[in-house]
Write a protein that binds this ligand. Structure first.
Ligand code: PEP
Ligand code: MN
Length: 274
């Protein structure tokens, strides 16, 4: 893979690990959960307390939303950042939120523990550089048409700014299949584990677009070797302002998180001998 000096394993044999809140990403299982968009204090706080109790260690919620239509809900912007701050204070969970505009990076970095770069901006090079310069952990999603090499080249932009704290997130690619919103490319997980030292997580919510498919694809991602998951959860999915078809209800998330953490422990915690 040409042009990759910092992201490949051959140049850096150890797994990249860094701490966020109480966990070490790359070493501990990272379970990120929360709504697609922050809609209100009540929605954010009740969802956050619920996901924390179910085992999530990081809260997600969009403030600036990349919507296909300019007429769809665009997110609450700065007001949502303040709500995320409140969620951190009240629950103790670190928060991740998306940045879309290089002009917002400084503002979002004041409020967020992890900056998310979404699929539509994976190759927004000025944004990658600006985000890299903050030194904050960056959750870099895969572009819908991006090859692994293109994706790693985008990670390389961040690392080349002196910021090694990158998490790669497989969130599905565009294929000919319309039943699922995207096709979650689970083979990308073990492939990336072979070639890069960066932590790799999966997003089964955008990867399927259907809440009913999220629990099984979450388990599949863990079995494929993911270092974590990011899942959309809403305290009242039918009322979600964005991505309601893929939002897990509290009951479904609780059950799913239990199964995910059990499977992770089964696969990764050394078993006692006979
Ligand atoms: C999101 O996480 O809500 C989001 C918009 O993700 P993606 O960039 O993967 O579509
Ligand atoms: Mn979403």
């Amino acid at each position: 893979m040409d042009g990759l000096k910092l992201t490949l394993k051959q140049h850096h044999t150890q797994q990249t690990c860094f701490s966020v809140g109480d966990i070490t990403i790359g070493r501990d299982f990272t379970l990120i959960a929360g709504p697609c968009s922050i809609e209100s204090e009540k929605q954010a706080l009740s969802t956050a307390f619920m996901v924390k109790e179910a085992g999530a260690n990081i809260f997600r919620g969009g403030a600036f939303k990349p919507r296909t239509s300019p007429y769809s809900f665009q997110g609450l912007g700065e007001q949502a950042l303040k709500i995320l701050n409140l969620v951190r204070q009240e629950t103790g969970l670190p928060v991740v939120t998306e940045i879309m505009d290089p002009r917002h990076v400084g503002l979002v970095a004041e409020f967020a523990d992890i900056l998310q770069i979404g699929t539509r901006n994976m190759q927004n090079f000025p944004l990658l550089r600006e985000a890299g310069q903050t030194g904050k952990p960056i959750l870099l999603k895969r572009g819908v048409y991006a090859t692994l090499q293109e994706w790693l080249s985008s990670a390389e932009y961040i690392l080349s700014e002196g910021n090694p704290h990158v998490i790669l997130c497989e969130r599905g690619i565009r294929t000919f299949e319309p039943y699922t919103r995207n096709t979650l490319d689970l083979s990308a997980i073990p492939a990336l584990k072979e070639i890069t030292h960066l932590p790799v997580i999966a997003d089964p919510s955008h990867g399927t677009g259907r809440a009913s498919l999220v629990p099984s694809m979450s388990l599949a991602a863990v079995a494929a070797g993911a270092d974590g998951l990011i899942m959309e959860v809403h305290y009242k999915p039918e009322e979600a302002a964005s991505d309601k078809d893929q939002a897990l209800s509290p009951a479904l998330f609780r059950q799913s998180a239990r199964d995910i953490l059990d499977l992770y422990r089964y696969l990764h915690i050394p078993k006692k001998g006979p």
